[in-house]
Design a protein around this ligand. Structure first.
Ligand code: F6P
Length: 325
């Protein structure tokens, strides 16, 4: 097989493990005798021609780094076909033979657009939201969960000491995964997620019930995309005398969750996925996303990835139901 020249870009919201993924793609490409190219600032850099050669040494020390070495942007211009055609022309002008797109759902839609122009593309799902179809876990989510969990554990100290109730709002866009997983692991009394319709009064009663049953604390983990997010929920509780007993405080974790140093799980997953992407190019398999399904590397067509909504693991929902008090 003739040598390849693989370009890699990071796009969308930054997430822990993006750097480790770039490193794995670059190292695996070089290992095969191919060239590696980094495109700076995601699809915006692809359009403006911000390409630079990367060798093995350039990505040394990157595996443990938070922050995005190649930088990342959300590029709205890339939704236009004209921009997509220009991107492919730029890739060809640099003699690139394959592109790896590292990012979440929006980035994989961009990857598909390039693939549909006949250019070889492989996607790797990196986002703290864990909402990309084609992989059980996205790179970044484990580290973000550990950040959320540490915050919940700390907040519990005040909740217990001062008998207060807390709402902890986590990110996740339209997905409740971060809230559900951190809520279960953090021993929350209440979890509000977009995927499950809640009755506001029943939810507030649940928190009040925790107080009245003498729970050491009352913690609600709320997804930012839930129908009643932290602001809506606390406004309801504050306006209703029935809940006067609850001294509710709000903490929004927001971007704190995105900047963590990637943990072991994310570094390993990033390493597996970078190698898997290069293996796809070696096999001549394109227009796909590489992911981890049931503990094994899996390859899913980008059209399926982009058009299918990932559903929350029903086992996780069952776990929550089984263990809450
Ligand atoms: O997709 C990752 C994410 O952090 C979401 O959880 C959040 O809703 C969104 O990005 C925030 O986007 P931005 O970085 O554009 O403010």
């Amino acid at each position: 097989m003739s040598p390849q020249k693989i370009a890699v870009l990071t796009s969308g919201g930054d997430a822990p493990g993006m750097n480790a993924t770039v490193r794995a793609v670059v190292r695996s490409a070089i290992r095969r005798g191919w060239q590696a190219v980094g495109i700076e600032s995601g699809f915006a850099g692809l359009l403006s021609g911000q390409f630079r050669s990367l060798d093995s040494h350039d990505v040394s020390g990157l595996i443990e780094k938070s922050g995005i070495f190649l930088r990342t942007t959300r590029c709205h211009e890339f939704r236009q076909e004209r921009a997509q055609a220009k991107a492919v022309a730029n890739l060809r002008a640099h003699n690139i033979t394959g592109l790896v797109v590292i990012g979440g759902n929006g980035s994989q839609a961009g990857a598909l657009a390039i693939a549909q122009q006949g250019f070889p593309v492989v996607g790797i799902a990196v986002t703290i939201d864990n909402d990309v179809f084609g992989t059980d876990v996205t790179i970044g989510v484990d580290t973000a969960l550990n950040v959320a969990l540490e915050a919940i554990d700390r907040i519990k100290v005040t909740a217990v000491s001062q008998k207060r109730a807390f709402l902890v709002e986590v990110m996740g866009r339209d997905s409740g995964y971060l809230a559900l997983a951190s809520g279960i692991a953090g021993g929350a009394e209440l979890i509000l997620i977009p995927e499950i319709e809640v009755d506001l009064e029943a939810a507030a009663d649940q928190l009040l019930g925790a107080y009245q049953r003498g729970h050491a604390h009352a913690i609600a983990v709320v997804a930012e995309g839930a129908r009643y997010n932290a602001d809506a929920f606390s406004a309801y509780v504050a306006a209703n005398p029935k809940y006067a007993q609850i001294r509710l405080r709000e903490t929004k974790l927001d971007y704190v969750q995105r900047g963590g140093v990637p943990g072991v799980a994310d570094r390993l997953l990033a390493s597996y996925m970078g190698v898997a992407a290069c293996e796809c190019f070696a096999r001549g398999e394109h227009a796909v996303l590489v992911g981890m399904v049931a503990g094994k590397v899996a390859v899913t067509g980008l059209p399926t990835v982009v058009s299918t909504q990932k559903v929350l693991d029903p086992e996780l929902l069952r776990l929550w139901d089984e263990l809450r008090d």
